[in-house]
Design a protein around this ligand. Structure first.
Ligand code: ZN
Length: 233
């Protein structure tokens, strides 16, 4: 296993793109993995190649470090039940105080699949954009959940993987700031134009903070974070 290597859970959104830049700035060998879990729209997955390409063409140091991309088929997740992420249903709160965009087990399955891939590829670190600071309350984004999962994965695979979550304790405005610190305004612009966050898959409407419907919870978070970020700048 190469100590100086990472596998980034890369969806093509703002958070995972910032995580990819974070990993490229630190580790000499970086690969990416994406998951097809039957999401409602393939916009995010479609953005992945363009983001990787832009990172490679815009940042020469990072181009040398960026290794292969992997896409894993986890479409059985859709068969496990309805959520607003996989079905065209209204986004709303459930009785358990979680929004129905919550896909039970999703991040646990993502990390388990990523860990198996990292094991095969000899990659030491698993990097994910999970965040406890201004999130939707998903229990599988919690720091404790992911630390426990790291221990479980290492026990179950006799390995020494490290789960890295660089966004865990920062908010959306600070995520924009982190991007600027890593790659300057060029990276901020790349994230704005090439990444996708909107839950309903809107790539028509361009705002100051990027493309999206402007109304769904993901757009609201992204827009508010950008507003605070530009006010600080
Ligand atoms: Zn939206």
């Amino acid at each position: 296993m190469n100590e100086d290597s990472a596998l980034v859970l890369f969806s093509g959104g703002q958070d995972s793109t910032t995580c990819l830049a974070w990993a490229l700035a630190r580790f000499s060998r970086v690969e990416t993995v994406g998951f097809d879990y039957g999401q409602r729209h393939s916009v995010e997955l479609d953005c992945r190649a363009a983001v990787r390409q832009s990172l490679a063409s815009g940042f020469a140091d990072w181009a040398q470090r960026l290794g292969p991309d992997h896409v894993l088929d986890l479409r059985f997740i859709r068969a496990l039940g309805q959520s607003a992420m996989t079905e065209a249903i209204q986004i709303e709160m459930q009785n358990n105080a979680l929004p129905n965009t919550f896909v039970p087990g999703r991040n646990l399955l993502f990390f388990t699949a990523a860990a198996a891939l990292a094991y095969r590829r000899g990659l030491k670190r698993l990097v994910g954009g999970m965040c406890e600071t201004d999130y939707s309350g998903y229990p599988d984004c919690r720091d404790d959940t992911l630390k426990a999962l790291q221990a479980t994965l290492n026990l179950g695979m006799e390995s020494r993987l490290v789960v890295e979550t660089p966004l865990m304790w920062i908010d959306k405005a600070e995520t924009w700031t982190l991007a600027r610190d890593l790659g300057g305004n060029a990276l901020v612009e790349l994230i704005k134009h090439k990444t996708h966050t909107c839950y309903v898959g809107d790539r028509e409407n361009l705002h100051a903070w990027g493309y999206g419907c402007g109304a769904c919870p993901a757009c609201e978070l992204r827009a508010n974070g950008y507003k605070v970020f530009t006010a600080m700048a």
